[in-house]
Ligand binder design. Structure first.
Ligand code: HEM
Ligand code: HEM
Length: 179
């Protein structure tokens, strides 16, 4: 049965939706690539792609945050339980933090290395003025790993919540964000 189209004011605007799906795809690819890079050593070097993709996520996230400030998202359905609204806001706020911090810690970490940094081989990317042994480099190295794993766990919860809304509760939550 065809579903009734949502009112434009009760769904995310097209720019927010596009940014959500592009960033989500790149984040998922980077979590998988990051976790698999040791196992793939000697077969394929995923790191150059990982770095360029991650830096792309950083800039798209900045764009997304600015867009969100100017174009606030639609309010959550009024019949949603308050614990669920709070959980949704907490997950989304943590996501925005991770979408900035995970790429940034990666960028700081590799800035201390000797390998040049570029964007998909097309143009060079500046490095931060840090060197091996700086506290910020060590914190970023540890932070990148821990936060990226937390990111993966939160992503699984987020995806499970979206699917629960769509298939079990049969409400409009997933359709608010669907392309
Ligand atoms: C969406 C953004 C990113 C995600 C989700 C992500 C995720 C990950 C994950 C899951 C790992 C494996 C952690 C481990 O178990 O050791 C990893 C490793 C790594 N990431 Fe990222 N990353 C992102 C962005 C970046 C960026 C922007 C850079 C650098 C410019 C970067 C550089 C690295 C490096 C060099 C490693 C290997 C660290 C090691 O082997 O010790 N990442 N990343
Ligand atoms: C790891 C990848 C993902 C990230 C980082 C991510 C991030 C986010 C963020 C930050 C929001 C809040 C939007 C805002 O209010 O500004 C959001 C909303 C949403 N996401 Fe994701 N997302 C990811 C993957 C997915 C996937 C795979 C699905 C579907 C299965 C999904 C479904 C949704 C839905 C339905 C909403 C809207 C919730 C609402 O109406 O409040 N997301 N996502």
């Amino acid at each position: 049965m065809a579903s009734i189209p949502l009112h434009p004011q009760s769904r995310y605007d097209s720019v927010a939706r596009l940014l959500h799906w592009v960033i989500a795809t790149l984040v998922i690819l980077n979590i998988i690539g990051g976790l698999a890079h040791d196992a793939l050593e000697g077969i394929v070097n995923v790191m150059p792609l990982h770095k360029s993709t991650g830096i792309t996520v950083f800039f798209l996230t900045v764009l997304r945050i600015v867009w969100r400030l100017v174009n606030p998202p639609p309010p959550l359905p009024s019949n949603m339980a308050s614990w669920e609204k709070a959980a949704s806001h907490a997950t989304h706020a943590s996501f925005y933090l991770l979408m900035v911090l995970v790429p940034l810690t990666g960028w700081i970490m590799v800035s201390a290395g000797t390998r040049p940094l570029d964007w998909f081989g097309l143009f060079p990317i500046s490095k931060f003025g840090v060197t091996k042994g700086d506290a910020i480099v060590d914190i970023s190295g540890e932070g990148h790993e821990i936060l990226a794993i937390l990111f993966g766990v939160l992503a699984l919860i987020h995806i499970a919540a979206a699917l629960r809304h769509h298939f079990l509760l049969k409400d409009t939550i997933l359709r608010r964000m669907a392309g």
